[in-house]
Design a protein around this ligand. Structure first.
Ligand SMILES: Cc1cc2nc3c(=O)[nH]c(=O)nc-3n(C[C@H](O)[C@H](O)[C@H](O)COP(=O)(O)OP(=O)(O)OC[C@H]3O[C@@H](n4cnc5c(N)ncnc54)[C@H](O)[C@@H]3O)c2cc1C
Length: 438
């Protein structure tokens, strides 16, 4: 597998200065913007959110090898990025450890990742880090919020991207290449591939955090610098430490982050209940933090006490701002369109189930390898095979892991094996032919 190189760019590489229009200003869009501006190209991010900074959901992400490699390559802020976990461990229903894998892993938070990327991309001041000095070799980096992209069309040598704002303004931005980094419900993808659907899988991830300082000794022991799991039929819960307020990784100030998968069949009263917010509005995919209906969440607390080991029940019951994600599947058959004028990356290309812990890795990998291709360091075929191979192979793995975990009764060893497979470093994966065929 190709690994994005860390070599400095040779002078004259990617000699034609391009303007990239990037749809979506979350981690995928920012990663791509940062990688391309570092090559000296101009980039404009169009983000539909009406406020200048995206609001986090306060939750964790596993910082896989590609995410760490991306930060090594592009992060110019002096800020520790991740909390280390020394091992993975599995609990039984009583809360006793029944299995240990000595596997180190790095965990971080979405908000720290986002704010570091913003500081590096367009120099936005934030409490997370000191903004680095501008680099004169970098291209122009523009971030525009309240720009919902609605359409695009080829024009001359490039592409015109149409948007509207929340105030009803309409406009367009012209560039050489359009990058669709607009997430699993991507508008760019819908225009190119109207037949591709995002489908609900029949279960949700209930998510939240709790300050480690508020946790009992038993919970701190279970989750302190450990990646801890519990499985039972139809249920999987895992938890780990992530950075706390303003990205601090100081012991005592970090957060315990949990992801609790549980089945809510399509069309069931339970699904309607958990996805209807405190104002009575039915949310389709995500119930944002602070919006859960109190009676619906109280029922989940009760179920957590009955079904989970005590340490896990404590953090589920103790979280103050739970949120819910309906787990979905979506993948685009291709990632390059119109002879390379439109490219899909990250969740817009393939929305993985969270069991893969690979969504941010995909976004950062897609950004790095695309930058390598644009810089002339790798061939078009290498770029295409690696990007689509990752998307197809890991998307399928997520489906398999999720179906096994939520709908089959597996032995502990099978759960452990599934998790170990998901931790294989990307560069050691051997993609089957179906994953890379065009
Ligand atoms: C606000 C936010 C918080 C998140 N928090 C977490 C978390 O805590 N833990 C976790 O594991 N993952 C989280 N995610 C998801 C995570 O960012 C992705 O799974 C992964 O990093 C891949 O990112 P992406 O940029 O490809 O897709 P996404 O993160 O889904 O970003 C897509 C972006 O495109 C924008 N967009 C969509 N349509 C349009 C349009 N038509 N015009 C302009 N802009 C558009 C969206 O507003 C969004 O900002 C979060 C995503 C968002 C948007």
């Amino acid at each position: 597998m190709t690994t994005p190189s860390n070599e400095p760019l040779a002078e004259g590489q990617g000699s034609k200065k391009l303007h990239f229009v990037i749809v979506g200003g979350s981690l995928g869009g920012l990663a791509t913007g940062l990688a391309l501006k570092s090559l000296g190209h101009d980039t404009t991010i169009l983000e539909r959110n009406p406020v200048p900074l995206l609001q986090d959901q306060g939750a964790g992400i596993v910082a896989g090898g590609d995410t760490l490699a991306f930060f090594k390559r592009y992060n110019r802020c002096d800020q520790k990025f991740a909390v280390g976990s020394k091992r993975r461990q599995y609990l039984d229903k009583d809360g006793s450890i029944v299995h240990i894998e000595e596997t180190p892993q790095n965990m971080t938070s979405w908000d720290l990742t986002y704010n570091l990327m913003r500081a590096n991309y367009d120099g936005i001041e934030n409490p997370y880090c000191k903004v680095p000095e501008p680099d004169p070799a970098h291209g122009k980096a523009t971030h525009l919020h309240d720009r919902q992209v609605t359409d695009f069309k080829e024009e001359g040598d490039g592409i015109r991207v149409f948007w509207k704002s929340g105030k009803g303004e309409e406009g367009s931005t012209y560039g050489n290449i359009l990058i669709g980094a607009d997430g699993p419900s991507s508008t760019v993808r819908k225009i190119l591939e109207p037949g591709v659907e995002r489908k609900y899988t029949g279960y949700c991830a209930l998510r939240g955090t709790m300050p480690e300082s508020e946790a009992s000794e038993a919970a701190r022991e279970a989750f302190g610098e450990r990646f801890t799991f519990f499985h039972s039929p139809g249920i999987q819960i895992l938890a780990y430490l992530i950075p706390g307020k303003d990205g601090t990784v100081e012991p005592g100030q970090r957060l315990i982050n949990f992801v609790y998968y549980t089945n809510f069949p399509e069309g069931s009263a339970e699904l309607e209940e958990i996805m209807t917010d405190k104002n009575g509005r039915r949310r389709q995919i995500t119930m944002p933090p602070g919006m859960t209906d109190e009676a619906a969440w109280e029922k989940q607390r009760q179920l957590a006490r009955e079904r989970l080991p005590p340490q896990f029940a404590e953090i589920v019951c103790g979280t103050k701002r739970p949120f819910v994600q309906a787990v979905t599947d979506v993948i685009s058959p291709q990632h390059e369109y119109m002879g390379g004028r439109v490219v899909l990356i990250g969740d817009a290309l393939a929305g993985f189930r969270p069991h893969t812990v690979a969504s941010t890795s995909q976004a950062t990998f897609d950004a790095m390898i695309y930058a390598d291709y644009i810089a002339g360091k790798i061939s078009k075929e290498e770029w295409k095979k690696n990007t689509i191979g990752f998307a197809r192979y890991i998307q399928k793995r997520g489906v398999d892991m999720g179906e096994r975990s939520q709908y089959q009764n597996l032995s502990l060893q099978e759960y452990v094996d599934d998790r170990n497979v998901a931790s294989v470093p990307r560069e050691l994966e051997i993609y089957p032919e179906w994953a890379t065929a065009f």
